[in-house]
Ligand binder design. Structure first.
Ligand SMILES: [Zn+2]
Length: 381
């Protein structure tokens, strides 16, 4: 059982998708075509990949589910009004009960909180395109800023598995993990899967030049945070089913590619609360991309009163709430003990008191609140 605990957990809980509007804006699109699925949803075929909403890579199983059922999980249309009977991957009790207990209602749009799509720790590697690049250190510095921003503000934890086995040595299954790659200027945009790929194994997160602004990064690593948030389950705010109560879509100015960015997610999502204009998962009103709009001096969409939308460059409070509801901050260990970091957020972004933290840690470990000595393993980015 050595080594399998957190890794098994990681395999049980994973996600993915892709990035900001700005990404596409400055880069000319490569060859792509649009495909209308049986469900009526339009996706972009870019090379061998099928892309949802501009930057979310669909796995074969997700594409099939979207084609046949109109949602990513392929389950019949759960909506926010249906009772959610999902078992929470961490607490092992129904998700709806967790939410009720924590009193959480507002959170941003994400995929249906399916334990098979969430991660316990988000296993990732730096891909060969980064490790073999002359600018390797610069790329890794930017990615670290983004990883630390998410870790410092949420319960999400990443595990750097670069150079480690991709198959479990004891049990022989392929670890689910995100390989982060640099795709330069040729790719149309940065992109990522949505949550953990249902097929498991490797899934890519691609970062284009746009994700790496000239130094210093300061707060300008938003594209990387955005793509990572896709990979841990979040989707675009403008795709909320209730968005027409908050924003006005300028269909006359949108090209086919632009329109495909504004498809509503109508089933099997998780969100509550009002539209979050400051979410890092939203798009700006304006784009310089002639692939998306007929006239770049006019917006793609605006607030209902006509005001422009400028999306966040860091996680908003509601972005954090979505992430904190579905994750706990585990420390990487070689044994099966589930050790929590010092700072644990509840579903409302409040920090648990030390005694609450210990109580939760005991609950996760058959009543034992004290981790065995020496079980931690190194985890540096
Ligand atoms: Zn995106």
């Amino acid at each position: 059982m050595k080594r399998t605990s957190i890794l098994l957990l990681a395999s049980l809980l994973v996600f993915s998708c892709s990035k900001n509007p700005e990404i596409d804006t400055e880069i000319k699109s490569e060859n792509s075509e649009f495909v209308t699925l049986k469900s009526g949803i339009i996706v972009e075929k870019r090379g061998d990949e099928y892309i949802l909403g501009g930057d979310m890579i669909l796995s074969p199983m997700q594409l099939k589910a979207l084609d046949e059922k109109g949602n990513l999980s392929g389950e019949d249309g759960k909506t926010k009004d249906s009772p959610d009977t999902t078992i929470h991957p961490v607490f092992n009790i129904p998700v709806a009960a967790v939410e009720k207990k924590e009193g959480t209602l507002p959170r941003n749009l994400g995929m249906n909180a399916d334990p098979y799509r969430l991660w316990a720790m988000v296993r990732f590697t730096y891909g060969p395109s980064i490790l073999n690049h002359p600018n390797k250190d610069y790329f890794i510095n930017g990615i670290k800023l983004a990883l630390n921003h998410i870790q410092d503000n949420t319960n999400v934890r990443f595990y750097n598995a670069t150079g480690q086995p991709t198959v479990d040595p004891t049990w022989g299954f392929a670890y689910p993990y995100i390989e982060i790659n640099y795709v330069g200027n040729l790719s149309a945009s940065s992109s990522s899967h949505i949550g953990r790929r249902p097929e498991g194994g490797k899934q890519e997160l691609k970062l284009a030049d746009f994700a790496f602004p000239n130094p210093p990064f300061d707060n300008d690593y938003s594209t990387i945070v955005h793509e990572l948030c896709h990979a841990i389950g979040m989707m675009h705010e403008q795709n909320r089913p209730d968005r027409d109560q908050y924003v006005s879509i300028k269909t006359n100015n949108l090209t086919t590619k632009g329109l495909a960015q504004f498809t509503k997610v109508t089933t099997n999502y998780s969100y509550f609360g009002a539209y979050d204009f400051s979410s890092i998962m939203g798009y700006d009103s304006y784009t310089s991309s002639t692939d998306h709009v007929n006239n770049t001096s006019l917006p793609m969409y605006t607030k209902l009163n006509g005001d422009p939308i400028v999306s966040g460059t860091l996680l908003s409070g509601l972005d954090r709430i979505w992430l904190n509801n579905y994750h706990l901050p585990y420390i990487a260990r070689s044994d099966v003990y589930r050790e929590l970091a010092d700072v644990v957020y509840d579903g409302n972004n409040n920090i648990l008191t030390p005694s609450q933290r210990l109580q939760l840690q005991a609950q996760l470990n058959n009543g034992n609140s004290t981790p065995p000595a020496g079980g931690r393993i190194p985890n540096d980015f």
